[in-house]
Design a protein around this ligand. Structure first.
Ligand SMILES: NC(=O)C1=CN([C@@H]2O[C@H](COP(=O)(O)OP(=O)(O)OC[C@H]3O[C@@H](n4cnc5c(N)ncnc54)[C@H](O)[C@@H]3O)[C@@H](O)[C@H]2O)C=CC1
Ligand SMILES: C[C@H](O)[C@@H]1OC(=O)[C@H](O)[C@@H]1O
Length: 256
């Protein structure tokens, strides 16, 4: 197993990519701290996920705290220390993408997106890194960035800068934390079918266009991200830091 007896924290793990990554980490021998927004609607998903993790013979605890709160990272780390004695892997996954046009972007939509996707992530990564440094055994930090860190979207002008920011954060943190043996990398998903784009992809024309741009011939699903995240978390990637891994079925390179 690739993550035997490691402790992994994942934010936004109630569903989608975060939940799939949490399950694969458990299959690979890890115990989990499941970060989620704290909303009652998410709690049912989290309880179900914890049952699935326990059925795999691993342990999991949930921490309900919003990603945009600068104190959330410390709460997640405190839970990892209390229940599992420390943290080995931190996956910053929580994110929102409320599609909206640029010229009439509500100020609150922009600020909420940046706070949730990037500002909270900064402090959470910092909290995880401080704990890893104190433990003195290195660690792995992974940000779920996006293909949208590299390309634009007319309805995503508030979102794409957060994903570019996460990629940049991992690059700078790789430099800052390398001396402590803490590796920092980003995964860049393409179009993955989850709740975040359910409405957007309900437009058949849009869906067909996104599929047609994907050389592997289909949109992604959350499990497609689980392997790449586990790889970057594991010692298989022990000399990989500051890297970005596109997981997009080839969408980015498909110009013509
Ligand atoms: N689905 C896709 O095509 C792509 C997704 N991503 C990124 O993947 C990450 C996960 O998204 P998906 O699994 O696709 O969508 P999703 O909507 O299924 O999952 C998002 C997760 O973030 C959580 N979350 C949202 N706001 C939160 C808050 N304020 N505090 C704590 N948790 C919060 C949700 O509860 C959920 O667990 C996001 O960062 C997203 O930007 C990146 C590229 C493509
Ligand atoms: C929410 C979008 O459909 C999704 O998120 C991203 O980061 C990419 O732009 C995907 O298409």
């Amino acid at each position: 197993m690739l993550l035997n007896d490691k402790t992994v924290i994942i934010t936004g793990a109630s569903r989608g990519i975060g939940a799939a990554a949490a399950l694969e980490c458990a299959r690979q021998g890890a115990d989990l701290v499941i970060g989620y927004s704290g909303s009652p609607s998410s709690k049912g998903h989290v309880d179900e996920l914890i049952q699935q993790i326990e059925a795999l013979g691993r342990k999991a605890v949930a921490v309900g705290a919003p990603a945009e709160d600068p104190d959330t990272g410390e709460a997640l780390v405190a839970a990892a220390v209390e229940h599992f004695g420390g943290v080995d892997v931190f996956v910053n996954n929580a994110g929102i993408c409320p599609f909206h046009s640029f010229l009439d972007m509500p100020r609150e939509t922009y600020l909420k997106t940046v706070d949730t996707n990037l500002n909270g992530a900064y402090f959470a990564v910092q909290a995880a890194a401080r704990q890893m440094k104190e433990q003195g055994r290195g660690g792995a930090i992974i940000a779920v960035s996006s293909i949208s860190a590299l390309v634009g979207g007319a309805m995503q002008t508030h979102y794409t800068p957060t994903k570019a920011g996460l990629l940049s954060l991992m690059q700078s943190c790789a430099v800052a934390l390398g001396p402590y043996g803490i590796r920092c990398n980003a995964v860049l998903p393409g179009t993955i079918e989850t709740d975040i784009n359910r409405d957007d992809l309900s437009d058949d024309g849009k869906r067909q266009y996104m599929e047609s741009r994907t050389p592997l011939g289909r949109l992604g699903n959350p499990d497609d991200l689980a392997g790449p995240i586990v790889f970057l978390a594991s010692d298989m990637a022990r000399y990989v830091t500051g890297a970005s891994l596109l997981v997009d079925g080839g969408m980015f390179v498909n110009l013509q």
